[in-house]
Design a protein around this ligand. Structure first.
Ligand code: MLT
Length: 200
C-alpha cells in the first residue's frame, strides 16, 4: 500500500514529467484527472485523495477556520504526502512530478515546496495561500512555480498570495505569479495559462 487512496494514469508521452494532481476541499482522486489530461496530454497522472475529512469533505490538512490552518497538521500531512510521492515514484517508475493543485491542494503543494523542496520538479498553484506562518530557509534551486490568483477571490487575500510568492522566491524558486479577473473557482483562463506555462 502506498499510504493514500489514489488514482494513477500511466503516461504515454516519453520525457513528459508526471503531474501530481491535488484537489480542493470536498474533491477526490478523480476530480482533476480531466484537467490533468487537458493540461499535458500524455503525461502520467498521480492523484491522491486528501486523507483529512472536514464534515465528510476530503482535504489535505486540518484547518481551524476558513483560511486559518492547523500548522502542526500541515507539517505532518506534508511529510506523509512526501512519503507517498516517493513510494509511488518507486512503484510506478516515475520522475519527480510537477504538482497541479487547486485551493487546499495548492496549499499542500506549497507546503511540500517549503518543507520538502526535493519532492516536486515544479508546481502550478491555483488559488494558493501561504500554508505556514513561518518556515525554515529552504533551497528550491530554481524550481519553476506558476501561481494563479483570482482578483475577486473571497477566500485568499491578495497580500497572502503575494507573501507566498515572496517566500518561494526567497528560497530560490522561479515564480510567475499572475492574477486573473475571477474568483476562487477555476476559469478557462486558468487552463489556458497553466497549459501554456507547462508547455514552455
Ligand atoms: C484551505 O483550507 O486550504 C483554504 O481555505 C482553501 C480551501 O480549501 O477552501
Amino acid at each position: 500500500a502506498l499510504g493514500f487512496t489514489h488514482r494513477f494514469v500511466p503516461g504515454t508521452a516519453a520525457g513528459t514529467p508526471p503531474l501530481l494532481l491535488l484537489h480542493g476541499t470536498g474533491g477526490d482522486e478523480t476530480d482533476l484527472l480531466s484537467l490533468g489530461r487537458s493540461l499535458v496530454p500524455g503525461a502520467a497522472l498521480l492523484a491522491p485523495r486528501g486523507p483529512v475529512l472536514e464534515n465528510g469533505m476530503p482535504r489535505f490538512f486540518r484547518r481551524l477556520a476558513e483560511g486559518v490552518f492547523d500548522e502542526a497538521d500541515v507539517r505532518r500531512r506534508a511529510a506523509d504526502l512526501a512519503d507517498f510521492v516517493a513510494r509511488a515514484r518507486a512503484a510506478y517508475g516515475l520522475a519527480a512530478p510537477v504538482a497541479v493543485g487547486f485551493s487546499n491542494g495548492a496549499n499542500i503543494a506549497a507546503a511540500l515546496l517549503l518543507l520538502h523542496p526535493d519532492v516536486l520538479a515544479g508546481a502550478v498553484l491555483l488559488r494558493p495561500m501561504l500554508p505556514l506562518t513561518a518556515s525554515a530557509p529552504v533551497d528550491l534551486a530554481g524550481r519553476p512555480v506558476l501561481m494563479l490568483s483570482g482578483a475577486a477571490d473571497p477566500i485568499v487575500p491578495a497580500a497572502n498570495a503575494a507573501a507566498l510568492a515572496q517566500r518561494l522566491r526567497d528560497g530560490g524558486a522561479r515564480v510567475s505569479h499572475e492574477t486573473l479577473p475571477t474568483g476562487h473557482g477555476l476559469s478557462q483562463a486558468d487552463v489556458a495559462r497553466a497549459s501554456a506555462w507547462l508547455a514552455a
